[in-house]
Write a protein that binds this ligand. Structure first.
Ligand SMILES: Nc1ncnc2c1ncn2[C@@H]1O[C@H](COP(=O)(O)OP(=O)(O)O)[C@@H](O)[C@H]1O
Ligand SMILES: [Mg+2]
Length: 286
């Protein structure tokens, strides 16, 4: 069982979209997946079309029986968030409160991947996610604010590792909402790669292109692969998920065959020149 947290203290950088797409792609590829919405805003739950007013993450953290809290969605199971989670700071004030999710998840069996969507804050819920996770994916837009926020975020992750979760690793930095049309994106990518190297991690070689189909799919409460399987974002998230699977020790040869379908039209690739990164950053353009 691999537990992966999508994180960044900034909002609007694609954490929820990445969590939704990764959970859906792993699920449709035949893996058993549980998604946990750890954000009181509940965007993941809403975009999944989860039933409201049902038991979910909040109850699960308070030791309610898992089978009462988990909703079955088409491609993954879900612990949904609701407004009660915004009371987490007050509600979960006991010693060891950072370990609630980790301990609650130990009751579960049979999931191969657990995907955690986190809030844009280093709240008790996010600390719980970092304490439970094996790996984090740092979602970033290629802008200067995301870049300058990285030192602080990486510092927080290092502290979470030191105090709560020695097994925590950073799987990599995922560039989201990527604009292939601008030179600035390419230059920013190089800066992110240099920063990643400083922190002993890498930038995923797949960047997720800005694509209006993402917003449309979320409005319709369906994942990008069901909504538009050949759009840029679906291609990018499929490639990213495979990259993540391998980065976390998955065997390339064991990737389920059913998910190996590609769109009939193959897209050209542009390679961004490398200076400092350990992995090649490739963006495909159609
Ligand atoms: N690749 C993309 N292309 C277009 N819009 C995107 C993309 N990724 C995310 N978005 C949109 O950007 C907004 C913020 O994304 P979201 O995943 O909710 O970020 P976060 O969870 O970090 O706050 C949402 O409206 C989402 O639909
Ligand atoms: Mg979000």
């Amino acid at each position: 069982m691999k537990i992966i947290a999508m994180t960044n203290k900034k909002g609007g950088v694609g954490k929820t979209t990445t969590a939704l797409s990764t959970a859906a792609y792993l699920g449709q590829s035949g893996f058993s997946v549980l998604a946990v919405d750890m954000d009181p805003q509940g965007n993941f739950s809403q975009a999944s079309g989860a039933k409201k007013d049902e038991a979910g993450t909040f109850d699960f953290l308070r030791d309610a029986p898992p089978e009462n809290c988990i909703q079955k969605m088409a491609k993954y199971d879900l612990l949904a968030a609701d407004k009660r989670l915004s009371r987490a700071e007050k509600e979960f004030d006991q010693f060891g409160r950072e370990h609630l999710l980790e301990n609650a998840l130990k009751r579960l069996k049979g999931y191969e991947y657990i995907i955690l969507d986190t809030a844009p804050a280093m709240s008790v819920l996010t600390l719980n996610a970092l304490t439970a996770a094996d790996a984090v994916v740092v979602c970033c837009q290629t802008d200067s604010f995301s870049l300058s926020g990285l030192d602080d975020l990486m510092g927080n992750i290092a502290l979470a590792k030191q105090y709560y979760n020695p097994k925590l690793s950073v799987a990599g930095i995922l560039l989201t909402r990527y604009n292939t049309q601008t030179k600035i994106s390419e230059q920013a990518t190089e800066l992110f790669k240099a920063k990643a190297k400083e922190f002993g991690t890498c930038v995923f070689s797949t960047a997720i292109r800005e694509n209006v189909a993402i917003k449309d799919s979320q409005m319709r409460q369906t994942d990008i692969f069901s909504y538009s399987p050949t759009c840029h974002a679906a291609e990018d998230y499929a490639a990213f998920t495979k990259e993540l699977y391998i980065a976390l020790g998955g065997d390339k040869k064991k990737w389920p065959k059913s998910s190996q379908k590609q769109s009939s039209e193959s897209s050209p690739r542009i390679s961004i020149p490398r200076q400092t990164a350990t992995r090649k950053h490739t963006v495909r353009r159609r």
